[in-house]
Design a protein around this ligand. Structure first.
Ligand SMILES: C[S@@+](CC[C@H](N)C(=O)[O-])C[C@H]1O[C@@H](n2cnc3c(N)ncnc32)[C@H](O)[C@@H]1O
Length: 270
């Protein structure tokens, strides 16, 4: 079943998710989860999400475990999330729906929500969105979310959808301190299929043009984002040898590869 976004998030790939290459593995890993909109398109597969932001992790953990009944019991009318007698994670979920395309949940309805809520009932928090989320939660029970940095995830054979904070525009995210050359080497050393997203101008991998996305309408109209892509199955340096990967990662990060190897073996059952 194809699911619609569980929350609106800055940098969401929802509208272009089906234009990326189809996943070749049953296991899909999103090391920079955010709204995880690529995985939503293939929700019945094994989905493993990771993010550094405790708010993102909290919202996904809540959604993965919440019953439809619990979601339907959330208040539909919200003036301020701190007034809600619900858990913090549910407040964050509602807060993401009080605005559009933000990196953090809002506390009270945005001006856009106040103006458009009744004309566009499926855009902001209200009975329509609550109903939609309630109808979808049973489809993500088998997903997992972990608060961890991308570089701690073992390299298992999977489809890796890598959508980090962009080198130029990524500063809007609470967590955006990325060593891009290291991330590029990390991407090359993943096992399986690797799909990497960036903006035009990024050079930390040999990206090729992908799509132009129109941003959300704002005061100055939707800003255009020129997206680029790198995958490891179209002539980029494919899978590096084990030794190449070890020496690259050691050189760039000074990682003790012996302890890393033990961690990888320990998580083979993913
Ligand atoms: C561009 S967003 C992902 C958007 C997502 N693909 C979507 O469709 O909604 C990038 C995410 O990476 C997370 N992040 C930043 N640094 C990270 C790190 N070192 N490890 C894991 N996640 C990180 C941010 O918190 C943010 O949620």
């Amino acid at each position: 079943m194809e699911l619609r976004p569980f929350f609106s998030f800055f940098g969401s790939k929802w509208r272009v998710a089906t234009k990326y290459p189809q996943p070749q593995h049953d296991l899909i890993i999103e090391p920079f989860a955010g709204g995880a909109t690529f995985s939503l398109r293939y929700a019945e597969r094994l989905i493993r999400l990771y993010d550094l932001d405790p708010v993102i992790v909290g919202v996904w953990d809540y959604l993965i475990h919440a019953s439809a009944h619990e979601i339907l019991a959330l208040p539909a009318d919200v003036a301020h999330v701190d007034d809600l007698k619900v858990c913090q994670e549910a407040r964050w979920l509602v807060g993401f729906w009080l605005n559009k395309g933000t990196t953090q949940p809002s506390k009270s309805p945005s001006r856009w929500m106040r103006d458009y809520q009744y004309r566009q009932p499926g855009t902001y928090w209200g009975p329509t969105i609550r109903e939609r989320i309630a109808s979808q939660v049973s489809h993500i029970r088998h997903w997992t979310i972990k608060q961890a940095s991308y570089d701690s995830i073992p390299s298992v054979a999977a489809t890796w959808f890598v959508d980090p904070p962009y080198q130029e525009a990524g500063r809007h995210f609470k967590f955006h301190n990325i060593d891009y050359p290291l991330l590029g080497e990390w991407c090359r050393c993943r096992s399986g299929q690797v799909i990497v997203c960036e903006n035009q101008g990024a050079t930390w991998l040999p990206f090729r043009p992908f799509r132009t996305i129109k941003g959300l309408e704002g005061k100055r109209g939707g800003k255009k984002s020129v997206e680029v892509i790198w995958t490891n199955d179209e002539g980029g340096r494919h899978t590096a040898s084990e030794e190449e990967c070890q020496s690259h990662m050691q050189a760039l990060a000074g990682i003790d590869m012996n302890s890393e190897t033990i961690a990888i073996v320990g998580e083979q059952s993913l």
